[in-house]
Design a binder for this molecule. Structure first.
Ligand SMILES: [Zn+2]
Length: 122
């Protein structure tokens, strides 16, 4: 998850936003992934679908453990599929969307989704 991490000085005490691995609880920097599960609308057509919160993990062992947790909490039998993206690509896209509204994208159609929180945390 993205979390604020308290830091003592110098030069001063700060709260630093950071990506924290949902598997090992250490900071993710450099090589990392974001992962989530979703149910996709039929035939790629815009339709309401379900989506989980976005989780963060180190690439490799932590990412695989998080994938197992996602599948246990959001089973394929209920229509869930898990997806992932490189943390660097995710961050670039997020920064772009901070300055560009979906409503101004005349070529795209954005799907509605309903956020589904897990019954337990990873
Ligand atoms: Zn980790």
């Amino acid at each position: 998850m993205i979390e604020y991490v308290a830091r003592s000085g110098p030069p001063e005490a700060l709260n630093c936003p950071a990506f924290i691995c949902d598997t090992c609880r250490k900071q993710v920097f450099g090589q990392g992934i974001v992962t989530w599960s979703t149910t996709i609308g039929h035939d790629g057509e815009p339709s309401p679908h379900r989506q989980t919160p976005i989780y963060v993990a180190h690439k490799g062992r932590c990412g695989r453990a998080l994938e197992v947790w996602l599948e246990a909490n959001y089973p394929r039998a209920d229509g869930w599929i898990d997806l992932w993206d490189d943390l660097a690509d995710f961050t670039r896209q997020l920064a772009h969307n901070l300055a560009n509204a979906f409503a101004d994208d005349l070529e795209g159609r954005y799907h509605q989704h309903r956020l589904v929180h897990p019954k337990e945390t990873p």
